[in-house]
Every structure is written in C-alpha cells, then in structure tokens.
Design a binder for this molecule. Structure first.
Ligand SMILES: Cc1cc2nc3c(=O)[nH]c(=O)nc-3n(C[C@H](O)[C@H](O)[C@H](O)COP(=O)(O)OP(=O)(O)OC[C@H]3O[C@@H](n4cnc5c(N)ncnc54)[C@H](O)[C@@H]3O)c2cc1C
Length: 405
C-alpha cells in the first residue's frame, strides 16, 4: 500500500529544470547538472515518495555488468564502473564520501541450446571489441572453476569477473542527493499531476498540492510510473511496471567459493549475497503490466519455479532456507528493453530517462551525465545517446537489448 502523499510547496514560481522523480535517475541528473561548470540555473526535484519506499531503486539487486548485447550499453556500464570505483574523486575529493569497490564475482550466463550459445557468442564479440573481459567457457571449463554446478544440459557459458558484481548503489544514491542539495538543488515532497503544453514546449508543471511552477526543461525520471507522467504531456511511452521478485536464502552447506551472478536458462538468477547467504530472483511466465502500487508476493513462484531451478543447477541448494523476500518493479520498455533518453522530437524541453528494464541502477551515472550535457549544450559531449531517443518509438524501430535478466 502506498503511503498517503505528504506535500511541500516549492520555494519559487519558476525553475530552469524540473525533475519528476528524485530516486536514482532523478538524483543522478540533479547531481551532474548542479555540478556542471556550464550550468548556473535553478533545479527542482519533485518526489511523491520522499522516503523512497516504493521506487525501483529501493528494490534493486544493485549489480553491474559489462555483458550486454549492444555496444552502447557496454560503454555505459564501463563509465558506471569508473564512477563507482572513483566516487570520492568524482565528488570533488569530499572526504565524507566513501571509497567504493565492486565485488567482482562476475555474471555467468548459461546456454542450454545452440541458439542460446550463438547469442552468447554474438554478445561476447561485441563486449570484447568494446574492451570488456568476457570469456566463453565450455561446460568442462566452468566445472573446473566452479565444481558445484550441475552442467550436463549446458553447452556454453559466458563470464566476466572484471567490473561485474555487487556495488553499494544506495551509497551512491545518498551522495547524489546530499551533494545535489548542498549545490542548491531543491527537493520537494509532492507529485506532478499536470504538464501544460504550449505548442512545442512544456510551459509549466502542476503539483498535487495545487501549485503551478513554470519551467525551462522537464525531465521524466518517474521509473515504473514514467508512462503516466508522459501521458500528462499527451505522449504515449511504452514503459510498464513489471513485477520482479527477490529472495535472500541461506544454504545448509554453503558453497566453498563465491557464487557468480548465474543466469540460468530457466530465467532464474542467483548470486552470492553475504558471506554465507545468497540472493535469487525471477518472475512468472505470465508477465503482465501491474499497478505500480502492487507489491504482493507471488506465493507459488518459489515452490514451482525458483527452488526447483536452484536445486537442479546447484545440488547443494536442495537444502536452503528463505530469510527475506520482496517484490519490486522493472520499468519495462516493451518496444526493445532499452532506455528511452533525450528530448521528445516535437516537445523539445521534455526529456526522458525511462524504460531501463532492470539495468538502470548501473546506468545512472552515464545517464545523468548525458542528460546534464544535453540540457547545457543541446548535444552529447561524452557518450552519444541518440540511439536511445524517442524517435525510434514513433517510428516503431527497436534498438533491442537482448541481455535482459
Ligand atoms: C528486483 C529488481 C532488481 C534490480 N536489479 C538491478 C541491478 O542489479 N542492476 C541495475 O543496474 N539495475 C537493477 N534494477 C533496476 C534499477 O533498480 C532501476 O532501473 C533504477 O533503480 C531506476 O531508477 P529510477 O530513478 O529511474 O526509478 P525509481 O527508482 O522507480 O524512481 C522513480 C521515482 O519517481 C517518483 N515519481 C513517480 N511519479 C512521480 C510523479 N508524478 N511526481 C513525483 N514523483 C514521481 C517515484 O516516487 C520514485 O521515487 C533492478 C530493479 C528491480 C525491481
């Protein structure tokens, strides 16, 4: 159940930039923009859930990988890894900011059919060309490194233990917000309920409490609710809330070495969590859009899918005990499972940062940086995100990411 809305009034009547949603994407954008040498404008972040209880960011599994099928996503994660591991330097050497590292247990994708193996080979070529350390392994090679797997049905695996694994996403989120606020960004507990469009621009934003603020640019960072915010401007955005379930469990006989984030052909994924605990996740075959306020667990999923898949792949996981579980939402882009970023082609001051389909936490540094560049220069200065622009939605031309977990 969503908590009743607590509203605050914004301090001004006009802001150069209004960001709708203050979780990972909204706060990354606010941080990069407020620290951009070429920007000295005013920024308002409007957040309907200021305790961040219900956002995707609060339900994430907080991992980063280089194993994507599109080069742009590899490059985005490369910057993500650089940013995470040099957080304090990026944040001006502020000694309050922690030094973070990535727990490089790696992701291991398993293929059980020739077609799936071909997909791993194709993605491997893209990743290696972009400088990632991905290795293809036969079942025997996997067994030699990780003897605990059952692999009789596996043809090929793909693993990378460089800049792949868990990182402390919440620490980065906290510091984005803290430093953005210190740089003058105003966070306001409120909900955007209206966007007034005048021809090719958004003129003003209406808040649930009734205030109307005029704006130079609006950035949609509303996560699984992004389509609702886009609809306020008359835009049809193909992003849906899709439920994703997570369980933390312990094993009667823990594994003798760190477990990579293993993507099983069944769709179930599992990884090391604590020293002796593991995290697993998945979703039902029927995967409809849900209400963004629906966080009910699917009680049959553990018994019917998750536990059997775990016990099949890792026989030691026959004897395990669930410690914690939760449901969260992907902001799922039904067109191509890739981000939608940049300006609307006809409403140039309405920017998207939506549809991350389960890989948005690691993309937040590159996405926030690129959005700040666009606002300052109407052009990208580092990574070119034009393949993610909304134009492809209008023409129905997917820019597909195949490595979706
Ligand atoms: C189970 C799970 C596991 C995941 N694992 C990973 C992972 O390992 N690695 C990874 O990179 N990514 C992962 N993700 C994805 C990642 O968590 C998200 O892509 C990322 O957190 C998205 O951040 P966001 O700011 O776009 O959206 P959100 O975190 O959902 O934030 C959107 C915010 O907008 C606010 N909002 C919405 N509408 C309005 C409005 N009208 N007015 C004001 N405020 C509004 C909401 O309250 C919310 O706080 C996972 C996601 C889930 C659910």
């Amino acid at each position: 159940m969503t908590a009743p809305l607590r509203t605050e009034a914004p301090k001004r009547r006009h802001y150069d930039v209004v960001i709708v949603g203050g979780a990972m994407m909204g706060s990354s954008t606010a941080w990069f923009l407020s620290h951009a040498p070429d920007f000295d404008g005013t920024i308002l972040v409007v957040e309907r859930d200021p305790r961040y209880e219900f956002c995707s960011t609060a339900h994430t599994n907080s991992c980063i990988r280089q194993q994507f099928s599109t080069e742009l996503n590899v490059r985005i994660s490369q910057f993500g890894a650089e940013f995470i591991q040099n957080l304090r330097r990026f944040m001006g050497g502020d000694t309050r900011v922690p030094e973070l590292r990535i727990q490089n247990f790696g992701y291991l994708y398993l293929a059980d059919s020739p077609a799936a193996a071909d997909r791993l080979r194709a993605s491997h070529a893209v990743q290696v060309a972009a400088g990632a350390g991905t290795r293809l392994l036969t079942a025997d090679q996997i067994r030699a490194e990780y003897p605990f797997y059952r692999l009789d049905d596996i043809l090929l695996g793909s693993i990378n233990t460089v800049d792949e694994g868990y990182w402390d996403g919440i620490a980065v989120f906290d510091w984005f917000r803290r430093q953005a606020r210190e740089a003058g960004v105003e966070y306001c507990a409120n909900e955007v309920v209206g966007l007034a469009r005048q021809g090719g621009r958004i003129d003003s934003v209406t808040l649930a409490s009734g205030e109307v603020v005029s704006c130079g640019t609006v950035v949609n960072c509303a996560g699984p609710r992004a389509a609702g915010v886009a609809a306020l401007a008359g835009i049809d955005l193909p992003v849906e809330p899709r439920k994703r379930f997570t369980w933390i469990f312990s094993a009667q006989t823990p594994l003798d070495r760190p477990l990579p984030l293993t993507i099983d052909p069944s769709g179930v994924h599992v990884r090391q969590d604590g020293a002796q605990t593991y995290m697993t996740g998945g979703h039902a075959e029927m995967d409809p859009a849900v209400d963004p306020a629906d966080f009910a667990m699917d009680l049959s999923l553990w018994e019917d899918l998750i536990w059997p898949a775990l016990a099949h792949r890792i026989p030691q996981f026959e004897a395990i005990r669930v410690l914690r579980e939760w449901a969260g939402h992907y902001a799922y882009n039904t067109l191509d499972q890739n981000a939608v970023a940049g300006p609307h082609p006809e409403i140039g001051n309405f920017l998207f940062l939506n549809g991350f389909s389960g890989h948005g936490l690691q993309q937040s540094p590159a996405m926030g940086r690129a959005t700040a560049e666009w606002i300052c220069h109407r052009a990208y200065r580092t990574l070119d995100l034009t393949p993610f622009h909304f134009d492809r939605v209008l023409t129905g031309t997917p820019y597909r990411e195949a490595a979706i977990i």
